[in-house]
Design a protein around this ligand. Structure first.
Ligand SMILES: Nc1ncnc2c1ncn2[C@@H]1O[C@H](COP(=O)(O)OP(=O)(O)OP(=O)(O)O)[C@@H](O)[C@H]1O
Ligand SMILES: [Mg+2]
Length: 1020
């Protein structure tokens, strides 16, 4: 098989057509069994899907499964109801032909479930807008409602559909489901009043009683106990484990709302359901005369209220019948039995008509339009019970019709295909069941016509007379038999009140009892009249007044059914069919149990072997050239990877390469036909092998491709990033250039206008100059007070610069002063005094500046103690060795000069040679040259003094500064140019002459003056 997806899919064959031993029923059933054991419930016979009820939830209906089948070729995936659904959908879309899916099989085989799966598939996979969503919801929600009212628990199926259903799903041109329409067939009304043992009435009754809210039940006059209702106890089966009436009730209530029922309509619908239950509880007593009377008045009260009719009218109608005698209408009383059957007839009529109304109501909500449709037929399968009645007769007649349609369509299409493809076709023998259909439905001669005749004819017609009539009319028919006509052996298994039909699917004995009544479906006129009076809006629609005035007899049930079936056949014939054949694996509703006898029976009556035979008579396998080539082209080097020529030539080349023998295949116009499955299997196996090498090739090229595209992507991204980044950089550079150009331009312009008052042209330049001056200043501020450097300010900042300079200096001075020590301060003070006295006046002053002044140049030990003793308490402030020059001969003598707090003292060793009080010190003279000579001028009045003192010190600046400070004679230091005159005593004077020379020379000159040659220093 083509798909061969997994090993599991290969269990048995997926298509019976490929079964080698196709004529063997055993092989057929074995294949079914094998697959069923593996939970593979679906198998094809060509395009017919065979489905076996698994009786358990299989994980094969998920959304992923739906997706897997969506838009995929029928044969490329394992068999599934979704594949059939999708195929029908695609054919409808591509070929614009209406489709129908015919689901058949016996009760409990899974027809309804299959139809729901189809509906769900469309609801999920078809495109949808909001409006379509509503339709989808309604389509889906119509199921629970119809199932509540039309399904019941039977011995065969806990949710058995007791009506036939054909549903059109409509699609717009986009393929979205936009509407729907339902046709219903022959509801099993008798179930309303009677159920066989172990069966139940329609679900809705139990749902209402179990799930209905308290006040709803009160309003309807119902009790929450199904055992209270005569119509619900006949089968003695109130509870079913697989059914939850309460939750079903909720689902139904919700579904009614989705479908578009308003509260009033729901209420009226429930009134009807309740009234049927009350009607069932209406009991009759019998008077002596035999006339019936009602014994249950409360029921009548409820009934009258629920139906909306007068209770006395209702009472009379239930116990009388209207007859017309000699043109006059009379009310004739009924006996107890008649009243009971009249009551039951009313119940059936009410329920049956309400059901039809419900279907119409759903149809209204589904907005039917004339577009493409897919029809879905879920109709009762062939039924053979112990006791078969009118219903089974109708149902099996329906199945005969469907079988006929099936044969017609499958054979026809097969035949048409061969013709279309130009392949010679050998006709296949098959059983044509037209003969049985004719037996049932033929005008005047058919069983239905005979039944109708018996129902209509005046006189004592009964079920038995009907049987006799049948014997008389169709007794000779090959497919008809009665007890009377049968041979001895058959008689043993037939009752006298039965007739047998030899259906295509098997023999069925029908018991004629009840045939006439059921066919007549009589409801007394007066009961109809009462119903027409009802205030319940649904009932007034169900019971039309025109019916009362219509003198024509209503059509019998069988004729109505026949007509509706004919219409159904027309509908189906106009569409392209797909078949789903459902089977039940066992009668116990058990999962995993495969009852071969039961299956064989179904294989037979579903005509599956015949179906297979027809299909296999020609070719086991056919496929369009493009599909065949596409699948197998890898097996031939000429067709791989692509075939460029005509498809037929490609296929021909391929099959020749594969070694097909001429008798194994035929080439049609657009398809290849393969006669034997084994040919195809061999090809499939070759493909399996080839796939592995192809997979490796594919993998490597895919890996290469994906790496390459990854690389390309990366490269592209890198280039993109680069380009962006370059762009950003270029933009930034351009911006910087622009700014720079602007700045330069402004700068030049500013420079040109720099001398003008501030204006827009020069403000930038001026600001810049200021800024750069301030920045330069900031970087080059003087670090010490002695550093006098200061940048030249621009004209505009001259004043500010001066302020800043002062501030800076103040700041440095302040800082300097803050850090100055007392000793240093003292030193500086002395230096200041020295500066004041000598600066720019004496040559050797600059040399003295960097040399610190010392406290004293002679310490205590350098001075004779006697001198110190002599000085007594007088504090010595400074002492220095000096040279004293005699006033007359200018002889140089080493002396010590001491400065005390009061006087200047000249000391020679231990001798205090001269003491000059500061008050007597008139002044001190020095030369302007670099020598160390100085003269202490003493007041002449002081007679103790011998005159002025001529001295020489190596530290003349220091010595004189200290002396000036001690004596407070700062202003009395005279600096002389050329010579100094000094007093020698007694009015005489001496003179010292100073000249510059190369070295210091002190000597008495010829003129009697002291001549001092002072060395020339660089500074001067
Ligand atoms: N595909 C399935 N998967 C799981 N369970 C299923 C499937 N089909 C059917 N069944 C089970 O079988 C039961 C009977 O199926 P369904 O009601 O579809 O039968 P039917 O053919 O419609 O019978 P009837 O003719 O009595 O209406 C379901 O209630 C469900 O439990
Ligand atoms: Mg069903």
């Amino acid at each position: 098989m083509e798909s061969a997806l997994t090993a599991r899919d290969r269990v048995g064959v997926q298509d019976f057509v490929l079964l080698e031993n196709h004529t063997s029923e055993v092989a057929f059933i074995e294949n079914l069994r094998k697959r069923f054991k593996e939970n593979l419930i679906y198998t094809y016979i060509g395009s017919v899907l065979v489905s076996v009820n698994p009786y358990k939830d299989l994980e094969i209906y998920t959304k992923q499964h739906m997706e897997r089948y969506r838009g995929v070729n029928f044969y490329e995936v394992s068999p599934h109801i979704y594949a059939v659904s999708d195929n029908a959908y695609r054919s409808m879309r591509t070929e614009r032909r209406d489709q129908c899916i015919l689901i058949s099989g016996e009760s409990g085989a899974g027809k309804t479930e299959a139809s729901k799966k189809v509906l769900q598939y469309y609801a999920v996979t078809c495109p949808a807008s909001d409006q379509v969503q509503t339709v989808k919801d309604r389509l889906l929600q119509s199921n629970p409602v119809l199932e509540a009212f039309g399904n019941a628990k039977t011995l065969r199926n806990d949710n058995s559909s007791r009506f036939g259903k054909y549903m059109d799903i409509q699609f717009d041109f986009k393929g979205a489901p936009v509407g729907g329409h339902i046709l219903n067939y022959l509801l099993e009304k008798s179930r309303v009043v009677h159920q066989s043992h172990g069966e139940r009435n329609f679900h809705i009754f139990y749902q209402l009683i179990e799930g209905g809210e308290e006040d709803l039940l009160r309003r309807l006059g119902l009790e929450r106990n199904t055992q209270q209702y005569q119509y619900l106890i006949k089968g003695n089966c109130p509870k079913v484990s697989s059914i939850n009436d309460r939750s079903d009730w909720k689902a139904v209530r919700k579904a009614l709302t989705v479908i578009g029922f308003n509260e009033d309509e729901v209420e009226e619908l429930l009134n009807i359901i309740a009234s049927v239950l009350h009607l069932g509880n209406v009991q009759f007593g019998g008077e002596d005369s035999g006339n019936a009377y009602i014994t249950t008045d409360t029921q009548i009260k409820y009934l009258a209220r629920l139906i909306g009719v007068d209770s006395s009218v209702l009472k009379e109608a239930l116990t009388h019948k209207k007859i017309t005698a000699k043109g006059e209408e009379l009310m004739s009383p009924l006996n107890q039995e008649q009243a009971s059957s009249a009551r039951d007839a009313l119940s059936k009529a009410i329920y049956g008509r309400t059901f039809t109304w419900l279907v119409n109501k759903i149809n209204d909500s589904l907005a039917y339009q004339n577009t493409s449709v897919i029809g879905l037929l879920d109709i009762y399968g062939f039924e053979v019970f112990q006791n078969n009645s009118f219903e089974q007769f109708c149902i099996n007649y329906c199945n005969e019709k469907l079988q006929q349609l099936f044969i017609e369509l499958t054979l026809k299409s097969e035949q048409e295909e061969y013709e279309a493809e130009g392949i010679t076709w050998e006709p296949v023998q098959y059983f044509n069941n037209k003969i049985i259909c004719d037996l049932v439905e033929e005008k005047f001669k058919g069983i239905i016509s005979i039944l109708d005749e018996e129902c209509l004819r005046p006189g004592d017609a009964s079920d038995i007379t009907f049987l006799q009539k049948l014997e008389d009319t169709v007794g000779g028919h090959a497919h008809f038999l009665t007890h009377k006509l049968a041979d001895g052996k058959t008689r043993k298994v037939m009752g006298r009140d039965e007739f047998r039909l030899l259906h295509y699917a098997g023999e069925v004995n029908y018991n004629v009892n009840g045939f006439l009544d059921k066919n007549n479906d009589l409801l007394f006129r007066n009961l109809k009249e009462v119903m027409c009076m009802s205030e319940n809006k649904i009932l007034t629609q169900c019971f039309d007044r025109e019916e009362l005035t219509d003198k024509k007899r209503p059509e019998t049930t069988a004729t109505q059914f026949k007509t509706s079936l004919t219409k159904l056949m027309e509908i189906l014939m106009s569409k392209e069919p797909s078949y789903v054949r459902c089977m039940k694996p066992n009668d116990a509703k058990q999962a995993g149990r495969f009852d071969e006898v039961l299956i064989r029976h179904q294989v037979k009556y579903l005509g599956l072997m015949e179906n297979l035979r027809v299909r296999r008579a020609g070719f086991a396998y056919r496929r369009r050239y493009e599909i065949f080539l596409q699948r197998y082209k890898s097996l031939c080097p000429d067709t791989w990877p692509n075939w460029d020529g005509r498809l037929v030539d490609g296929v021909s080349t391929l099959v020749k390469h594969l070694g097909y023998k001429p008798e194994e295949y035929k080439l049609g116009r657009s398809k290849i036909f393969i006669r034997f499955p084994k040919t195809l299997f061999a090809t499939e196996d070759a493909l399996e092998v080839r796939k592995h090498s192809l997979a490796t090739q594919l993998q490597s090229s895919w890996k290469g491709y994906s790496q390459k595209s990854k690389y390309r992507k990366l490269r592209h991204s890198a280039i993109l990033i680069q380009a962006w980044w370059r762009g950003i950089l270029a933009r930034r550079r351009a911006q910087r250039r622009r700014q720079a150009a602007d700045t330069i331009r402004r700068f030049i312009k500013g420079f040109m206008y720099r001398h003008q008052p501030r204006c827009p042209e020069n403000e930038y330049f001026l600001d810049y100059v200021r800024y750069s001056f301030l920045m330069k200043l900031h970087r080059n501020l003087p670090k010490t007070v002695l550093d006098k450097s200061w940048p030249t300010p621009p004209p505009a900042l001259t004043e500010a610069s001066e302020h800043l300079r002062k501030l800076c200096m103040q700041n440095m001075v302040w800082k300097y002063c803050k850090n100055i020590s007392p000793e240093w301060k003292h030193q500086m003070e002395q230096k200041c005094v020295a500066s004041e006295i000598f600066k720019d006046k004496k040559d050797n002053y600059p040399q003295s500046v960097p040399k610190l002044f010392v406290g004293t140049r002679l310490n205590g030990e350098d001075i004779n103690p006697k001198v110190l003793q002599t000085l007594g308490s007088e504090k010595m402030k400074y002492a220095v060795p000096v040279i004293k020059y005699d006033r007359k001969g200018y002889k140089a003598r080493a002396r010590q000069l001491l400065l005390t707090s009061n006087s200047v003292v000249i000391v020679e060793d231990a001798k205090l040679k001269q003491r000059i009080d500061y008050s007597a010190l008139k002044g001190i003279s020095v030369s302007s040259l670099s020598d160390g000579m100085f003269v202490l001028h003493v007041l002449c009045e002081d007679n103790k003094q011998k005159g002025d003192v001529v001295l020489q010190s190596d530290h003349v600046i220091e010595t004189l500064t200290k002396a000036a400070i001690c004596a407070e004679k700062i202003n009395n230091i005279n600096i002389n140019q050329g010579s100094i005159t000094f007093t020698v005593g007694q009015g005489k004077e001496g003179i010292i002459d100073f000249i510059s020379g190369s070295e210091l020379l002190i000597a008495k000159a010829k003129n009697g003056h002291l001549s001092v040659t002072a060395p020339r220093l660089n500074s001067r």
